[in-house]
Ligand binder design. Structure first.
Ligand SMILES: [Ca+2]
Length: 755
């Protein structure tokens, strides 16, 4: 989740007040153990975050409809974070929070005047109008002038294509410029892209015909490069800064346009990451030789890379009608992608360090927690992202499960695997045992049920049994609900929501987990575990029955805790993954439905629901998750996404933060910025179609929320041949008209439609 406790501000202090003594002891102990280096780093990150908020306060609104976001190379960290609201541009081969502000000019020179988009504090003129739009992998600006009448269409593309590592990991952006002459007169001018270079970059700069390469020293050493055909390269002094400048002249006939391209790339072979003490470097360094190879590959294959990216994006955007939801999906994907890390062991470096052992992991994949503390693949965060893996890249989830299980201790899946570029063990200050164990088991179950990879269960059965044993031990009074290990991910909430024993949210999540493990246990022939799970599930459902308060479930059944009977949006949280793989919950679904309706009503505040009716903070990702469960239960809450987008839009034109998950309605303070968890939005495309898919039964069931829907089935794609099946439902008299694209990829599957 979360900001860690180092970001001591109003919210975390409020959280700390509610910590019980034993947690404070653990916290104190952990802090003592932290190295000075780590603490220095924590403060740097903290002040970096705080500064943005403080600096932005009181600034005028940015030009046009521009807003902050970031575009990044998935798994490869190369990242550009544009902040029009503060005339800033952050860039780095090391990614967000390891980046720095540089002055960037990007635009045109016409009639002797330089017009740029608003990403520097240098001297330039603004365009008369700027329109910004985003897609998951693209940033698009349309900037225009009245005199002379012209338009610049600028597109930054960050290629992504599922199961295609060369396309997805390539550390390069493709930048497309289309300049349009909108007048009856010829138009002469030049395109300009310029970026500030520091002393080290200048000292290492090599310029050639349409190409420049220099060295950047961040957390690690990297080469950066810019390349394009037909561009003049030079150094230019502007406002006291030395700018590496690419210029390209255009001579346009009346009402004509011209397209040109630049590639921005980086490359590092440094072994900058450690997992269990073993050095790792970017996987891209095994796919490409150096920065020149990266730039050439990107230029030569630009059309193909863009067309693949477009195809992927359409699977996310086509099912959605609402523009606000399209924007929310795009913003969320961008923040998610910026946090991903995909690495391979650096055996050569390990040998030079005197390490004789085998690498602990053949590959490393993790997603940092953005402004929530940069933790490596926090389990509760990935739980909300996991439907993305089920649809697009299930091998990534398999890697995560493998890593988490290697870091577990005493029957408990740890909250995270370490902070930043060090994954030597959990860095958050306490475990969330019940929650993370159930998250792990639900993800394992949904991966198994959606792929029928039986090896997953065989490989991890010992782990499953260990985790279930711990879960069973947490109920100390025999009612099925957990009494210990109940601290959870909702770390900006009041005590009852975050730490209370006997939580309904966790009990329901255990119910979903027990039902899932029961099925897995029967499959592997572990009837003892199956029986234990069945009996625990029965206890929980009996207690749930007693806990019902007429129109909702309480937050906790411990009536001594203030706020125990509040309304919560988390009650049904555990059931979304089982619903996606076609499981019928063995709990009172009708009450679950009533609970969702009434808790949403009791917690809604302007943009979203707070965690519970006694909390003042919201997590947008958890609102999205709730809406999607509602959809599976036949209720349309998809339109809520407009409010979530409205909050993101408002924040990103002022204090910024790209995808911002947390907002406090009392203080107006936003946190969990540049946060990956918004990727939960992928569930909307599943929920709108009400689709479940189960590879064990080879069954697809569709129960759409609307009559008129397109349901993409990316999980059945043959990406190599660009065949992505989908089901389209169109209203007609009597039965809806159904058409299936690339039916051949669903051969052997039974497709059932309707409620
Ligand atoms: Ca209990």
């Amino acid at each position: 989740m979360r900001r860690v406790n180092f970001s001591v501000n109003k919210v975390s202090l409020a959280t700390l007040v509610y910590l019980p003594n034993d947690v404070l002891k653990v916290l104190k102990g952990t802090l003592e153990l932290m190295s000075v280096k780590l603490l220095v780093y924590l403060f740097v990150v903290f002040f970096a975050c705080q500064k943005q908020v403080a600096v932005c306060a009181g600034l005028p609104q940015p030009i046009g409809n521009t807003f902050e976001t970031l575009i990044s190379r998935f798994g490869s960290r190369y990242c550009i974070n544009m902040r029009p609201q503060e005339n800033s541009w952050y860039q780095s081969p090391c990614g967000r929070f390891y980046d720095e502000r540089i002055d960037v000019i990007i635009g045109v020179r016409v009639a002797g005047k330089l017009y740029s988009l608003p990403f520097s504090r240098l001297e330039f003129s603004n365009f008369d109008a700027v329109n910004q739009t985003i897609t998951p992998c693209k940033l698009i600006w349309r900037a225009s002038l009245k005199s002379p009448p012209m338009r610049l269409n600028l597109k930054f593309v960050s290629p992504f294509y599922p199961k295609d590592e060369r396309t997805t990991l390539l550390p390069a952006f493709i930048v497309e410029f289309v300049v349009e002459n909108c007048s009856e007169e010829p138009l002469h001018g030049e395109l300009v892209y310029g970026r500030e270079l520091n002393a080290r970059q200048l000292a290492t700069l090599h310029m050639g015909d349409g190409v420049a390469v220099f060295e950047t020293q961040g957390v690690f050493k990297a080469h950066e490069g810019v390349k394009g055909k037909g561009w003049d390269v030079e150094l230019m002094r502007l406002g006291g800064k030395t700018m590496l400048t690419f210029r390209r002249t255009f001579k346009l006939q009346p009402n004509s346009d011209e397209r040109s391209m630049l590639v921005l790339a980086c490359y590092s072979r440094d072994a900058f990451f450690k997992a269990k003490g073993y050095p790792y470097r970017f996987k891209y360094a095994h796919l490409f030789g150096d920065v020149n190879e990266v730039m050439n590959y990107a230029l030569v294959n630009a059309e193909e890379l863009c067309s693949r990216t477009e195809l992927f994006e359409r699977t996310l955007l086509d099912p959605v009608e609402d523009d606000a939801l399209k924007m929310l999906i795009s913003l969320a994907f961008q923040s998610y992608a910026s946090n991903a890390l995909w690495l391979l062991p650096a055996e050569d470096v390990a040998t030079s360090m005197g390490l004789k052992r085998e690498p602990p992991f053949k590959q490393w994949f993790s997603v940092l927690e953005g402004g929530g503390g940069l933790f490596n693949s926090t389990v509760d965060v990935e739980y909300n992202i996991s439907p993305f893996y089920l649809l697009y890249w299930n091998e990534l989830l398999e890697m995560l499960l493998d890593e988490w299980s290697a870091y577990r201790r005493g029957g408990i899946i740890r909250h995270d695997m370490g902070m930043g570029f060090v994954a030597n063990g959990m860095s958050y200050y306490h475990d969330m045992p019940v929650e993370e164990n159930t998250n792990f088991l639900l993800m394992l179950f949904s991966l198994w049920a959606s792929t029928a990879k039986h090896g997953l269960l065989k490989g991890w059965w010992d782990v499953v049994v260990e985790l279930v044993k711990y879960l069973l031990s947490t109920d100390t009074d025999g009612n099925g609900f957990p009494n210990i290990g109940t601290s959870n991910t909702i770390d900006q909430a009041v005590y009852v929501t975050q730490h209370a024993p006997e939580q309904t949210y966790l009990a329901m999540k255990m119910a979903a987990t027990y039902q899932a493990v029961w099925q897995m246990a029967r499959f592997v022939g572990d009837f003892k575990t199956a029986k234990e799970c069945q009996s625990a599930l029965e206890k929980i459902t009996a207690t749930m029955k007693k806990a019902w308060l007429g129109d909702h479930y309480p937050v906790s059944i411990d009536r001594a805790i203030p706020g125990w009977d509040a309304y919560s949006i988390y009650t049904a949280n555990g059931w979304l993954l089982p619903l996606i793989v076609g499981v019928s919950p063995q709990v009172d679904v009708q009450r679950m439905r009533i609970d969702i309706i009434n808790s949403t009503k009791a917690t809604w505040r302007g943009y979203s629901s707070t965690h519970t009716s006694v909390d003042v903070t919201t997590f947008i990702s958890q609102n999205i998750w709730r809406d999607c469960i509602a959809a599976y239960l036949g209720m349309d809450m998809v339109k809520n996404a407009r409010s979530y987008w409205s909050l993101q839009w408002t924040l990103n034109r002022t204090t910024g933060g790209a995808f911002v998950d947390s907002y406090n309605y009392d203080t107006g303070y936003s946190s969990l910025r540049y946060y990956p968890r918004g990727m939960a939005v992928v569930c909307y495309i599943l929920a709108i179609g009400g689709i479940s898919f189960n590879a064990l039964e080879r069954k697809i069931v569709i129960q759409p929320l609307f009559e008129n829907v397109v349901i993409p089935l990316p999980q059945f794609s043959d990406w190599a041949s660009k065949r992505i099946p989908s089901i389209e439902l169109r209203p007609s008299e009597g039965k809806p008209r159904i058409s299936i694209r690339h039916k051949e990829l669903l051969e052997g599957w039974n497709v059932a439609i309707g409620r």
